[in-house]
Design a protein around this ligand. Structure first.
Ligand code: C2E
Ligand code: MG
Ligand code: MG
Ligand code: MG
Length: 288
């Protein structure tokens, strides 16, 4: 009991730890308020066809548009949202805004949206997504869901049934961040994926490090034998882009093509490139 009390005392009175705990509680409460307040918004990152240079769509990336701290990146709040059960609401809020923003973009443009492992334990996820698609008028065949490998370990039968329902609606599924952790052929075959995304950590060294080039080449070969096109993420320069193209990656995304942007700037870019749907107003009707 003395030992217990001692341990508690250290835990309770350690000022640094107490401060960290308080900061985290404040962040959690602020996030709880931020979702209904509409502060969690979608940013859009261009995805490019490496053979033609053509824009084919965007990855949707969550941002916290904080009234005091400005734009906060997802690694500061996604984990907290996952640990506290807020991720489902957060994700649906981001999707709703993204579908709404994209409703009058050129019909050739697709959206890729990240899903947390926790969301693959919600048997109602497909219905929730389909409801949003119907509400916003964004077509299912232009939507792709990105799933990380870690998500597959948790409850494979449920994940398989959820992904099956999504695919029956015409939604595509990509395996995200491949090439990190314990990537395996088994994961690729566990779900009916439509695409592999190679993680930035592998992509960034492809021009300078022959091991990275070998890994990219192996993944591209795997993709080609399984008939799964490969997207490279984190393409920052022309040299890397050239390597990726030669090694067999179909698509790329990264700062070479542009930083992720909010919906108003994305719309501006699409207007300049004549990639708004015919008849769509040049300015965002929502003024956002
Ligand atoms: P991810 O899905 O692997 O997304 C790619 C990340 O790499 C994004 O970071 C993107 O901004 C960044 N990136 C893209 N190109 C480059 C580049 O050329 N150089 C560098 N240095 N970075 C690049 P971001 O937006 O900070 O997102 C981080 C992660 O947060 C995402 O990784 C994804 O796992 C997660 N995430 C973002 N939005 C959501 C969401 O709505 N739901 C869930 N569950 N996770 C999300
Ligand atoms: Mg992703
Ligand atoms: Mg990724
Ligand atoms: Mg990644």
């Amino acid at each position: 009991a003395a030992k217990e009390a001692g341990r508690n005392r250290v835990g309770w009175f350690d000022p640094a730890m107490a401060r960290a705990l308080q900061a985290r509680n404040e962040l959690e409460q602020a996030l709880r308020d931020a979702i209904p307040a509409g502060q969690i918004i979608p940013y859009f990152e261009q995805q490019i066809d490496l053979a033609t240079g053509q824009l084919f769509g965007f990855e949707v990336l969550a941002r916290w548009d904080h009234p005091v701290h400005g734009i906060i990146p997802p690694d500061r709040f996604i984990t907290i949202a996952e640990q506290t059960g807020m991720i489902a609401d957060l994700s649906l809020a981001v999707m709703r805004q993204a579908f709404h923003a994209a409703r009058d973009w050129d019909p050739s443009l697709s959206l890729s949206i990240n899903i947390s492992p926790a969301q693959l334990r919600d048997a109602w996820l497909p219905q929730k997504i389909i409801k949003l698609l119907l509400e916003t008028g964004f077509p299912a065949h232009r939507l792709e869901i990105e799933i990380t490998e870690g998500a597959l370990f948790e409850n494979l039968p449920l994940a398989q049934s959820i992904v099956g329902s999504l695919k029956n609606q015409g939604i595509r599924v990509a395996l995200d961040d491949f090439g990190t952790g314990h990537s395996s052929l088994g994961h690729l075959r566990a779900l009916p994926f439509d695409r592999i995304k190679i993680d930035r950590s592998v992509v960034k060294a492809v021009a300078s490090d022959s091991d990275s080039a070998a890994v990219v080449s192996a993944i591209a070969g795997l993709g080609s034998s399984l008939n799964l096109p490969v997207t490279a993420e984190g393409v920052e320069d022309i040299e890397t882009e050239g390597w990726l193209r030669n090694l067999g990656c179909a698509r790329g995304q990264g700062y070479l093509y542009g930083r992720p942007m909010n919906s108003a700037n994305t719309r501006r870019l699409l207007a300049e490139r004549r990639l708004l749907a015919p008849g769509a107003p040049l300015l965002d009707p929502d003024h956002r």
